[in-house]
Design a protein around this ligand. Structure first.
Ligand SMILES: Cc1cc2nc3c(=O)[nH]c(=O)nc-3n(C[C@H](O)[C@H](O)[C@H](O)COP(=O)(O)OP(=O)(O)OC[C@H]3O[C@@H](n4cnc5c(N)ncnc54)[C@H](O)[C@@H]3O)c2cc1C
Length: 385
């Protein structure tokens, strides 16, 4: 049924990524969950297979296959190991594409090839202790001093923060106007002596993922590390977020699919009252609801991805995909846990982990409430209000 949504090449590509995910990633997933150790080597494997560079052209080492391919990768990797796809996405979807789209030739040549191979890791620094949903209230500053900038501030909840070699950092360069008009973007190299990791957070789920609180105390960076024009960083941020949300939606489809498949199989094996539990509507209707939500989430994600590949705005569609796919992933994970009963509440059963992992999805990359804000704003704008 899915094949009608995708081209033959896209379907074949999915088969390839799925085979890789099952052969290379799946055997490691439980170990990552049990030890919470970051699987650095798997990033190299993803790079070798070409799954770090769908949004980067061949000239810089990527495959240039585009956003639909990227969503296929995100779904397939997430379906077997959600944390691996989050760390992959941060470096190859959130860090690299803005450098490619807005950076100069020197920046592209220097930073993109090692990211695409997995040799170097990227992060994106937007959120701060006092600044979450309201990104325009950013407080980190970058003050020009001849051919350098001096950066001061703290960034919070930065995925890959304590591991990344480079961070795409957003900072205020003109405090006399609102950050929207006075924000710039930098490639910040984390070997800067003024950079420190305050801590890695102990997360509810996605074990093994490093999400950090970072501090930058009088860091001097060359003016040439600025991406795009001075004070034009907000546009880069908005552009990046459309791609980020679409990729997050695809990841959510992956988590949801894993929970759905698990519950489906369990419902055909577990017997109560002398019959398989799938024979009770209370169970099988949950399976029906999950299947519908999964299809809808994938369709919305595909719509946003196709718009990005066509060079069209995907602000509403990316936010809509994220809203629906992330809420659906949580609902599906919750229903899957219900179908698996008591064992589903224990670490003997995969649904316990999927339930925790999926919980992030309506928060990270912009909350459900903020997605609704964006969608209504775009709906009115599209109609000229
Ligand atoms: C595991 C994890 C990884 C992350 N990775 C990164 C990363 O790599 N880089 C990065 O920069 N950030 C990252 N984040 C930060 C993430 O994007 C923010 O947590 C998110 O945007 C929400 O910001 P906040 O946590 O400050 O919540 P707040 O903005 O304080 O929001 C708190 C509550 O108020 C609601 N709210 C706020 N404003 C409004 C409004 N106008 N209307 C209605 N409701 C509103 C929110 O929806 C939410 O329910 C990560 C977060 C987590 C948990």
């Amino acid at each position: 049924m899915l094949s009608v949504l995708y081209t033959e090449e896209e379907n074949e590509y999915r088969e390839q990524v799925r085979e890789f995910a099952e052969r290379v990633v799946a055997p490691r997933a439980q170990e990552i969950e049990d030890t919470a150790e970051y699987p650095r080597d798997l990033l190299f494997e993803l790079g070798k297979a070409g799954y770090m560079g769908a949004l980067i052209p061949e000239e810089f080492g990527g495959t240039g296959l585009g956003m639909v391919a990227e969503t296929i990768i995100a779904e397939e990797i997430s379906a077997v190991c959600a944390m691996l796809d989050v760390t992959r996405g941060v470096t190859s979807v959130y860090f690299a594409p803005p450098v490619y789209k807005f950076g100069n030739d020197e920046q592209k040549g220097r930073y993109l090839p090692p990211i695409v191979t997995g040799e170097k890791m990227g992060a994106i620094g937007i959120t701060e202790p006092d600044v979450g949903s309201d990104t325009a209230g950013m407080k980190t500053t970058a003050v020009r001093d001849s051919d350098e900038f001096v950066i001061n501030g703290e960034k919070r909840f930065i995925t890959n923060g304590s591991l990344a070699d480079y961070m795409l950092l957003f900072a205020v360069t003109d405090p006399s106007v609102k950050a929207r008009k006075g924000m710039s973007t930098f490639i910040f190299e984390t070997d800067n002596p003024a950079f420190s990791v305050v801590k890695d957070y102990d997360l509810m789920g996605l074990r093994g993922l490093k999400v950090s609180h970072l501090k930058i105390d009088n860091a001097r960076v060359p003016a040439s590390s600025m991406v795009g024009e001075e004070n034009k960083g907000f546009r880069i941020l908005m552009d990046e977020l459309d791609t980020e949300r679409t990729s997050l939606a695809a990841g959510a489809v992956g988590y949801a699919r894993a929970a759905f498949e698990y519950a489906l199989q369990y419902s055909t094996e577990r017997e109560q009252f002398g019959r398989e539990i799938r024979g009770f509507e209370g169970v099988s209707f949950k399976i029906a609801d999950m299947a519908v939500k999964l299809d809808a989430a994938r369709l919305m994600t595909l719509q946003a991805a196709r718009r990005i590949d066509s060079g069209l705005s995907a602000t509403r569609q990316g936010a809509s995909a994220k809203l629906l796919a992330c809420a659906s992933a949580q609902e599906i994970a919750t229903a899957a846990l219900q179908v698996t009963g008591g064992i589903g509440y224990t670490k003997d059963c995969k649904t316990e982990q999927l339930f925790r992992d999926a919980r992030l999805m309506t928060i990270g990359g912009g909350t459900t409430e903020i997605m609704k804000y964006i969608i209504q704003r775009e709906v009115y704008k599209e109609r000229g209000y």
